[in-house]
Design a protein around this ligand. Structure first.
Ligand code: BGC
Ligand code: NOJ
Length: 811
C-alpha cells in the first residue's frame, strides 16, 4: 500500500494522506539552522546542535504523537482545523504534503478555504520561513481567524526535559511589533535569543502556554483558539510560546498571504542590550526585513533550488529504471547530505540529546557526501581528526557546537582510527588535494600538540598494527563497527552503558571485521604513502597488512565463511560451532571488499553462505541464528529480542558492503538484487509494512525472526545512505574515483543494456555511456574517449577544468 507518490520532475515525494504509518519527515536547512518537519507540520528547530541550542520543543514519545511543531490553526465560524491535519485532526476536504529538497509544502482545504504552508530554511540565514497562502475557493465571503503556534525550548534540550525545578522559573520573553522574542537565560550567560515573527501586525498574541493552550488543554484543543482568542499573555517562567491571532476577510476567489519566521540571533557581548533589560533587536529586525514580501520568498526558494541543482549535478544517471534513477539522482544523495549534517544526532528516533557527531559515523558519511561539496568534507575531516588521541585512538563522539571529544563515552572503539583513513582516502580520490595531508591538526583538540594530517593517518594505522591479539588479529576494544558486540564489557546492571562498562581494552578479544578493515584501509594508506613518495613506508605497511591478511585466513576463516571475532575467553564468535550467532554479515562484506580470499576461493564461499543463510526478501539479516538469551560475554547485541537491531535485524548499513563485495567477484545480478531489496523506492508499495518514509533508508528493518518482519525503524540517520550511494554509484554503475583519475568498471545485471552517468570530477564533466549489448555482468571490452579508442586500461585521466569528456564504454 502507498501513501503518496514520487514526483521526479519536481524532485518531491508527495504524500496524499496525513495518516501515514508514522510521521514522514523532511530536513530543512543545510549548515547552521535546521528544522525537522513532518508531513503534518510536526517537528522542531535548532541551531547547529540539537542538544545545546534547541529552539523549539519536541516530545518524542508523546501520545498523541507528533503534535509539537509549526502548526497553524484556522478558525472558520465554530470550526477549527489545521491545513496539515494535526493537531486538531479535523477531517480535511483535501490534504497534500510535498517534501522537496530543503523545503516542504503542506496544503489543506476545508469548506471553501484553501491554505498552503510553504516551509524552508534559506540557504544563508539562520531562520525557518513559512509563507502561508489562504484562498477563498467558495462562493461566499469568509471571515476566518488564523493562529500560528510554536512552543519554545529553553535551549539545552536535556535540561529542558528534566530540570523542571529551575526551568519553570527562568522563561522570559519580549513582545514588540509583530514579533515575539524568546530570551530565556539571555540575562545571564547566553548571548542568543530566538524570535518568531509575522510580516504583519497580529490582532492578538500569547506567549504563555497556559494561557494559549490552557493548563489542562492540549495542542489539539487550544483554549484561546476554541474560546475567545489570544489573551496577550507574557510568559514569566513556565512554558514560553509564540502564538498569534490574525483576522482575515476574503471575498470569493480572493487570496491573502502572510510570511512567518522563526529566527536565531546571536549578539556580541557588548551589544546584547538595547536598554537595560531590553534585548538588542537590530539583527532580528534586519532578518525580518529580508523576508518582508513574497518576492523575497520566491527569490530564496529559487536560490535553494539552484543550490540543490548544483549539488546533484555531480552525479546523475540516465537509465530505463525510474526507481533506480530517482534513488541515485535525488533521494540517496539528499539523504547523504542530511547524514553528513546530522551524523546520528537528531531525527524522530535520535533525540539529539544523546549523541553528538560519531567518529566512525561521520567518517563514513563523507564517503557518500564528498563529491557534492568537497570543501565541507575537508573541513569535517580536520574537525574529526582533531578529536584523535596522540596514540591514534579516538574519541568515539564529539559535540558539533564545541567540536570537543565527548568524555562520557571516551575512546576504545577499535575500528574508529581506520575510518579516518577511509574518509581521507575518499576525499583524496575525489579531489586529488594532497595538500590536506600537510595540514597541522591537533590531537585531542590540544593546540599545543599538533601534527600533520598525514601523521594522524600514520597513527591510525599504527594503532591497529600495534593492538593485535593472540591470533594476530586486531583487538576489538569496547566494540568495532557493531556497537553492540561488547566483548570486554560484561555489563550486568540495568541502565549501565553496554559499551563503557568494563575494561576498554581487553588483551584477548579480537575482531575479524577490523582485520578486514585493516587490510582494506591499510592498503589505501599504503597508496597514500606512495603518492607522497614514501615507498619504504608503503612497503612496511604492506608487510603488516600481509600478516593480518594471513591471520584472517588462518584463524578468521571458519570453513564456509569468515568468523566474526574471538571473545575475551578466546572463544569463536560467528562460527559453525556456536549455538547461536554462527554467521555474521559484517566480516563477509568487509573481508571480501578487502580482497581477502578472492583468489583462493574463500571470498566466493563466504558470499554464497551469506546468500544461503542470511538472505530474506527484505534484505540480508545481520546474523543467524538470532541470540535468544542475554549473554554477558557478548553484550548489547544479545539484549535485543531476536530479529531486531543488531540481533539479526536487517541492519541496512552492511547490505551495501555485500553489494560492493559481490561486485569484486563480478556478480552483477546478485549485487543488484541485494541493492534493490533495501532501496526505499522499491519498497514504496509495501509502505504499510515498511512504515518509514519510502524516500530514505532506515537504519533497520525487522528481520525474519521478528514478529514484525519487514517493519523499518530509525529512518534517515544511518550510514546506509553513504554506503548505498557508494555501492550503486561506484560498485554497480562502476564510476569510481581513484587517486589518479576516474575508473570505469561496471558490474550490472545482464538486462541493463545501456545507461549514462554524468559525473563532474575535479572540474571536468565526464559523460559516460555504458553499452552492454551482449548482456554481460562485468568486464569492459572497449572505451572510446571523445570518439577515440582509449587503450590505457580503464582509469580515465584527469582532464583540465571545464573540459567535457565524452566516454563510451562497451562491455
Ligand atoms: C544501538 C546501536 C548504536 C549504539 C550507539 C545501540 O543501542 O543498537 O545501533 O550504534 O546504541 O551507542
Ligand atoms: C549505529 C551507530 O551509529 C553506528 O556507529 C554503528 O556502527 C551501528 N549502529 C552498528 O552498531
Amino acid at each position: 500500500m502507498k501513501y503518496g507518490f514520487f514526483d521526479d520532475i519536481r524532485r518531491e515525494y508527495v504524500i496524499d494522506t496525513p495518516r501515514t504509518p508514522l510521521p514522514w519527515i523532511n530536513y530543512l536547512g543545510s549548515e547552521g539552522f535546521f528544522t525537522l518537519l513532518s508531513n503534518t507540520g510536526g517537528g522542531y528547530s535548532f541551531y547547529r546542535d540539537a542538544r545545546l541550542r534547541r529552539l523549539t520543543r519536541y516530545r518524542y514519545n508523546n501520545c498523541p504523537l507528533d503534535q509539537e511543531g509549526f502548526h497553524l490553526y484556522i478558525k472558520d465560524g465554530e470550526m477549527v482545523w489545521n491545513p496539515g491535519w494535526q493537531p486538531t485532526q479535523t477531517e480535511l476536504d483535501f490534504y497534500q504534503c510535498r517534501h522537496g529538497l530543503g523545503y516542504t509544502v503542506i496544503t489543506g482545504k476545508k469548506s471553501g478555504i484553501s491554505v498552503v504552508q510553504e516551509l524552508f530554511v534559506p540557504e544563508k540565514d539562520n531562520c525557518l520561513l513559512m509563507r502561508v497562502t489562504i484562498e477563498n475557493t467558495g462562493n461566499e465571503g469568509k471571515n476566518i481567524m488564523l493562529f500560528p503556534y510554536v512552543e519554545f525550548c529553553l535551549w539545552d534540550a536535556m535540561e529542558d526535559g528534566s530540570n523542571f525545578q529551575r526551568n519553570y522559573s527562568t522563561g522570559e520573553v519580549e513582545v514588540s511589533g509583530s514579533a515575539i522574542y524568546h530570551k530565556t537565560e539571555y540575562r545571564e550567560r547566553r548571548n542568543h535569543y530566538a524570535v518568531f515573527w509575522a510580516n504583519r501586525e497580529p490582532e492578538g498574541f500569547d506567549t504563555s502556554r497556559e494561557r494559549f493552550i490552557g493548563v489542562y488543554g492540549s495542542p489539539a484543543r487550544p483554549e484561546a483558539v476554541f474560546g475567545d482568542g489570544c489573551t496577550g499573555s507574557i510568559a514569566h517562567g513556565w512554558q514560553p510560546i509564540a502564538a498569534q491571532e490574525f483576522h482575515i476577510h476574503l471575498t470569493p476567489g480572493k487570496t491573502d498571504q502572510l510570511i512567518f519566521g522563526l529566527g536565531y540571533i546571536e549578539n556580541a557581548e557588548d551589544e546584547k542590550w538595547e536598554s537595560p533589560g531590553i534585548v538588542n533587536k537590530r539583527p532580528a529586525l534586519q532578518m525580518m526585513e529580508r523576508y518582508r514580501n513574497s518576492e523575497s520568498i520566491d527569490r530564496e526558494l529559487a536560490a535553494l533550488k539552484a543550490y540543490w541543482n548544483a549539488l546533484l549535478s555531480h552525479y546523475t544517471l540516465r537509465c530505463a529504471d525510474e526507481k533506480l534513477s530517482r534513488m541515485v539522482n535525488i533521494w540517496n544523495q539528499y539523504q547523504c547530505m542530511v547524514t553528513f549534517n546530522m551524523s546520528r544526532s537528531a531525527s524522530y528516533f535520535e533525540s539529539g540529546m544523546g549523541r553528538g557527531m560519531g567518529f566512525r559515523d561521520s567518517c563514513q558519511d563523507i564517503l557518500g557526501f564528498v563529491h557534492m561539496i568537497p570543501g565541507r568534507a575537508r573541513e569535517r575531516i580536520l574537525d574529526i581528526a582533531a578529536t584523535q588521541f596522540p596514540d591514534g585512538s579516538a574519541y568515539h563522539q564529539y559535540q558539533p557546537l564545541t567540536k570537543k571529544g565527548n568524555s562520557d563515552i571516551g575512546s576504545g572503539f577499535n575500528d574508529d582510527p581506520l575510518w579516518l583513513i577511509a574518509a581521507v582516502d575518499a576525499y583524496l580520490r575525489e579531489t586529488g588535494d594532497l595538500k590536506i595531508l600537510d595540514e597541522a591538526v591537533p590531537f585531542d583538540n590540544n593546540e599545543q600538540n599538533k601534527a600533520t594530517l598525514m601523521e594522524h593517518l600514520r597513527r591510525s594505522f599504527r594503532y591497529t598494527a600495534s593492538h593485535l591479539g593472540p591470533h594476530r588479529l586486531p583487538l576489538i576494544g569496547r566494540a568495532d563497527w557493531n556497537d553492540c558486540l561488547n566483548l570486554n564489557c560484561f555489563s550486568a546492571h540495568p541502565g549501565e552503558s553496554f559499551q563503557t562498562s568494563g575494561p576498554s581494552e581487553g588483551a584477548v578479544a579480537e575482531s575479524v571485521f577490523i582485520g578486514g578493515m585493516f587490510v582494506l584501509y591499510g592498503g589505501r594508506y599504503a597508496d597514500i604513502c606512495r603518492s607522497r613518495g614514501l615507498s619504504e613506508e608503503a612497503e612496511k605497511t604492506e608487510e603488516c597488512i600481509r600478516e593480518v591478511r594471513e591471520a584472517v585466513l588462518r584463524d578468521g576463516w571458519d570453513g564456509e565463511w569468515f568468523r566474526r571475532a574471538y571473545d575475551a575467553f578466546g572463544q569463536v564468535v560467528g562460527g559453525k560451532a556456536c549455538s547461536e550467532g554462527q554467521i555474521f554479515i559484517e566480516p563477509q562484506g568487509m573481508c571480501v571488499m578487502a580482497g581477502i580470499g578472492v583468489e583462493s576461493g574463500e571470498a566466493a564461499k563466504a558470499l554464497r553462505s551469506v546468500e544461503e543463510r542470511l538472505d530474506t526478501k527484505y534484505g540480508i539479516v545481520l546474523l543467524q541464528p538470532a541470540y535468544t538469551q542475554y549473554r554477558l560475554e557478548l553484550g548489547e547485541i544479545t539484549s535485543y529480542p531476536p530479529g531486531y537491531k543488531e540481533n539479526a535485524g536487517i541492519f541496512c548499513h552492511n547490505n551495501p558492503w555485500i553489494v560492493c563485495a559481490e561486485s569484486i567477484l563480478g556478480h552483477g545480478e546478485r549485487a543488484y538484487q541485494v541493492y534493490r531489496r533495501t532501496a526505499p523506492a522499491y519498497l514504496e508499495d509495501i509502505s504499510d509494512i515498511h512504515r518509514t518514509e519510502p524516500y530514505v533508508y532506515s537504519q533497520m528493518i525487522a528481520g525474519k525472526d521478528a514478529p514484525t518482519f519487514g517493519e523499518a525503524k530509525n529512518s534517515w540517520l544511518t550510514g546506509t545512505a553513504a554506503w548505498t550511494f557508494v555501492s550503486i554509484s561506484q560498485a554497480i554503475l562502476g564510476i569510481k574515483p581513484t587517486l589518479n583519475g576516474l575508473k570505469v568498471s561496471p558490474c550490472i545485471p545482464k538486462n541493463m543494456i545501456e545507461y549514462t552517468v554524468t559525473r563532474k570530477y575535479r572540474g571536468a564533466v565526464y559523460l559516460v555511456t555504458v553499452q552492454n549489448p551482449e548482456g554481460k555482468e562485468t568486464g569492459v571490452k572497449e572505451i572510446l574517449v571523445n570518439g577515440e579508442a582509449f587503450s590505457d586500461g580503464n582509469i580515465l585521466p584527469v582532464f583540465p577544468e571545464g573540459s567535457i569528456v565524452n566516454v563510451t564504454v562497451t562491455m
